[in-house]
Design a protein around this ligand. Structure first.
Ligand SMILES: C[S@@+](CC[C@H](N)C(=O)[O-])C[C@H]1O[C@@H](n2cnc3c(N)ncnc32)[C@H](O)[C@@H]1O
Length: 475
């Protein structure tokens, strides 16, 4: 692990492919970057990426760089890439439209390649689908594609084109290196192990416990005693009971390190339903306000105070960057990937990341949850107004049941422990196209570490000035 320390919190000047070759295998937790887009601008440096004769050549070169990224990424690592598209040359300045050539950048046309129509002959006016071609080649080379995320720019540059729509988004791809279980955490002992644990074949109370698995959500996964387990399991009981009991493993498998991010619930997720016989209709928004209010009123409780799992379209405002770099992404765009894809704590000795583990420690029914349609046991008692079941349609009441169930559980969070007792430090984020240093700034603000590569010394100086300022503010 020591060798990697040469690179920590530094930006190395050079060609990404060459510099990456010097970085040790499986040494970084996360990679996030925005490579130069094809045929967009000339950074004026020998060896720069983006000026290849064909987009095929560009994609091959880019993927060769990501082969090296894959080697230096830990097995449980994540990789996030912001990449824009290009139109085939249509005779003007470049294949890029005003929206894509300017993006969030300060200067229109500044540094643009000058529009080499020859490069895209036969594709005039055609979107070249470079992000897709790149993404497919990445998966061909063994990356696991987990999400296509859309960076929606509410304040995009208007376009005067009258034969197509205005492009107001860019792609952010989320890849991982691995898709097989790599490590397991135990919700009782908080252990984190690399070897497959015994699970339900192991020791009761350590590897597994009896749980009641009801047909209804309100009973799902409720822990029960051994005596009750025996009672439920008797032949006679089995004949009549609707519920089942099962041995449930206390171990959870993980393919890579990922911390779910959340967003506010939104009104449109819920439709009107009746709350039961002779009950007033639950108004649209009851559940929403119940959720918000319940979370507010539960502030003093240690429960997961989040909304729903984060969706894939992210509205992030673009920001003008005052210095002479024209391809800087906004900090807001990479805050989420860095939170979700790079651990806050990794062991100083073994490098293993800590994983957050939630334990249910009690039950809680609030007034607002009752307004949203649950009874005093926390069971949702609404009835659907349409026959979703026979239409094989998604049932909103099932969603409500699940939400109310999770709101009723009071949870405490813990961290897994590798057992080294060597202390912890922030995970490492790699950016092989560091530009003006935005990735480094966000990494430091989240108390994580970074490794940067950039081909142009002028940009490194610019990045270092920004980094020093942030370091002074936060340390
Ligand atoms: C889109 S910009 C990255 C901007 C950065 N995300 C930021 O917010 O400042 C791409 C950067 O890659 C650099 N670059 C181009 N070719 C490179 C190469 N072969 N190796 C390393 N860096 C390269 C360019 O100089 C440019 O600064």
């Amino acid at each position: 692990m020591n060798y990697i320390n040469h690179y920590i919190n530094k930006i190395i000047c050079g060609n990404a492919l060459e510099v990456l070759k010097e970085i040790p295998d499986e040494s970084v937790n996360c990679c996030i970057c925005s490579p130069p887009y094809w045929n967009l601008r000339d950074y004026g440096v020998e060896g720069q990426l983006g000026l290849e004769k064909t987009f095929e050549e560009y994609i091959t070169k880019l993927c060769n760089i990501f082969d090296e990224v894959k080697r230096v990424l830990r097995k449980d690592g994540t990789c996030w890439i912001v990449i824009g598209d290009t139109y085939g040359g249509s005779g003007n300045r470049s294949g890029h439209t005003l929206e894509t050539s300017n993006l969030n950048r300060l200067t229109v046309g500044y540094g643009a390649t000058g529009g080499n129509v020859k490069l895209t002959k036969g594709y005039e006016k055609c979107l070249l689908d470079i992000p897709y071609r790149f993404s497919i080649e990445m998966t061909n080379r063994g990356w696991v594609k987990r999400n296509t995320l859309i960076w929606w720019k509410l304040s995009c540059i208007p376009s005067s084109a009258n034969d197509r729509f205005t492009v107001d988004f860019e792609y952010l791809f989320f890849f991982t290196k691995n898709n097989k279980t790599l490590f397991w955490t135990n919700e009782k002992t908080l252990e984190c192990v690399d070897k497959k644990p015994l699970g339900t074949k192991g020791k009761e109370g350590v590897d597994w416990e009896w749980r009641l698995i009801g047909e209804n959500y309100e009973n799902y996964n409720t822990k029960i005693s051994r005596e009750d387990a025996e009672k439920y399991n008797s032949l006679k009981a089995r004949k009549y009971r609707k519920k089942e009991i099962k041995k449930i493993s206390l171990w959870t498998g993980h393919d890579y390190w990922f911390k779910q991010q959340f967003e506010e619930l939104n009104y449109d997720s819920f439709r009107e339903t009746k709350r039961g016989k002779n009950q007033p209709k639950a108004k649209i928004g009851d559940l929403m306000s119940a959720s918000v209010n319940a979370r507010k009123s539960l502030d003093g409780w240690k429960i997961n105070p989040n909304g729903r799992n984060k969706r894939c379209v992210w509205v992030i405002s673009t920001r003008a960057f005052p210095e002479a770099h024209f391809a800087v992404y906004p900090e807001g765009l990479i805050e989420i990937p860095i939170k979700a894809g790079c651990p806050e704590f990794v062991c100083k000795k073994c490098g293993k990341a800590r994983v957050k583990i939630y334990k249910t420690i009690g039950k809680q029914i609030t007034k607002n949850m009752k307004i949203a349609g649950c009874n005093k046991e926390g069971k949702y008692i609404g009835t659907e107004q349409k026959d979703y079941k026979s239409a094989f349609a998604q049932r909103p009441s099932e969603t409500k049941k699940r939400i109310l169930k999770s709101m009723s559980q009071v949870k405490e969070s813990y961290y897994s422990d590798c057992g080294c007792n060597a202390g912890f430090e922030g995970g490492i984020i790699l950016d092989p196209f560091m530009g003006a240093g935005t990735t480094a700034l966000v990494a430091l603000k989240q108390r994580k570490r970074f490794i940067g590569i950039e081909i142009k010394q002028e940009y490194i100086d610019m990045a270092n000035r920004r980094i020093t300022k942030v370091q002074q503010e936060i340390f």
